[in-house]
Design a protein around this ligand. Structure first.
Ligand SMILES: [Zn+2]
Length: 369
């Protein structure tokens, strides 16, 4: 286990630095002076390094794109591959799920691609990234076994699982095979395993269906709540507060999230403010900004910023969503803003790193890996 040990030392050193950074950033800083830790503006807990046809940004280029703006990022591929079906689109090669009627299928090799890219980096660059396992079918009882296998094959690399999707507008219905569901025991098995290991779970599940009828029951809400309650030991980050391109906020959504985050039975639930499609609802008007800011100021340790960019080409494209949220950040208290942009990421992902490395030490016997 020489390699994991080396990494462990590296990660301890890094955690020490993070602790120092936290002390610096929360401590009094003389007016007008920028401390070293202030230099990074934000951490990104939601970044797809590759797209729906498994092509993407070289990991070294991505670190340059993070530059001096983004301190750390949770990185993953996309679990689904868009099939290029000649019978459907002919010579047109689709790169996005909306460009063809051909199905999507689970592409597990994505995890190996991410792991190998991460391992090609020197320790100081690895310390800025948290790779996530995502190439599993959440409707398969064997999903948890895939995660175990990836951890065993690539020890010292992964911090969480996701982003993986159960209900997503335009996507779920296109996935080949059994449709994923919040009530599937395979998902329970997966989240139980994530809890055992200490892996963070980043889950995409729309809060409602697209274009609901006025009195249509948002049944996913009930199922989602029950799912969160069934897995109190698993840290779950709910992506995009359940919003989508056309999945709009449900009635009283802010009150509903407020209740969920105030529920002592749901200490494991966190919310991700990623995707420009989510930002468009939040910054839609001065009222939506104010109500969202009030909610975050009430629960500052439960929200994380993410970009949800897919294979970004440059820093301007990469930080598009971050810029969209400027009006929101402006209305957060300084402490809440710091937590949402950086502090919550550091706390959750550092804890997960420690737990996963400890699990690997005990559970991976084959030292030839
Ligand atoms: Zn995403």
């Amino acid at each position: 286990m020489t390699r994991p040990k080396t990494r462990h030392t590296g990660s301890l050193l890094f955690e020490g630095l993070v602790l120092l950074a936290a002390i610096w950033s929360f401590g009094p800083s003389p007016k007008g002076k920028t401390t070293e830790a202030d230099a990074f503006e934000v951490n990104d807990e939601h970044l797809h390094l590759t797209n729906y046809v498994q092509e993407g940004t070289n990991i070294r280029d991505f670190l340059n794109i993070m530059g001096s703006k983004v301190g750390r990022a949770a990185i993953f591929g996309i679990p689904l591959q868009q099939q290029w079906a000649f019978g459907n689109t002919g010579n047109f090669a689709p790169t996005y799920y909306l460009q063809t009627d051909a199905p999507l299928y689970y592409y597990s090799f994505t995890d190996a691609v991410i792991a190998m890219a991460y391992r090609s980096l020197p320790p100081d660059q690895q310390a800025r990234l948290d790779p996530m396992i995502t190439g599993f079918n959440p409707a398969d009882m064997y999903a948890a076994d895939h995660v175990r296998r990836v951890l065993t094959t690539f020890p010292g690399v992964f911090t969480g699982i996701g982003e993986f999707t159960i209900h997503k507008e335009f996507v779920s219905a296109k996935v080949a095979g059994e449709t994923a569901s919040l009530t599937n025991r395979a998902l329970d098995r997966l989240l139980d395993f994530a809890g055992d290991v200490g892996l963070i779970a980043l889950l995409h599940n729309d809060i409602d269906l697209p274009f609901p009828k006025p009195d249509q029951e948002p049944y996913q809400l009930v199922q989602l709540r029950e799912l969160f309650l069934r897995h109190p030991r698993t840290t779950i980050i709910w992506a995009h507060i359940g919003l989508g391109r056309v999945v709009r906020p449900v009635k009283d959504q802010i009150a509903l999230i407020d209740r969920a985050l105030s529920n002592p039975a749901l200490p494991n639930l966190y919310v991700d403010l990623s995707w420009d499609e989510t930002a468009k609802y939040i910054v839609a008007s001065p009222e939506t900004v104010r109500h969202t800011a009030d909610l975050i100021n009430r629960h500052p340790d439960r929200f994380l910023f993410g970009t949800d960019e897919v294979a970004p080409k440059d820093q301007t494209a990469y930080l598009k969503t971050y810029r969209l949220y400027e009006p929101l950040f402006a209305q957060l208290t300084p402490a809440a803003s710091e937590l949402v942009r950086k502090g919550n990421y550091a706390r959750l992902f550092d804890a997960a790193r420690r737990k996963v490395r400890a699990w690997e030490k005990v559970n991976i016997k084959d030292t030839t890996q």
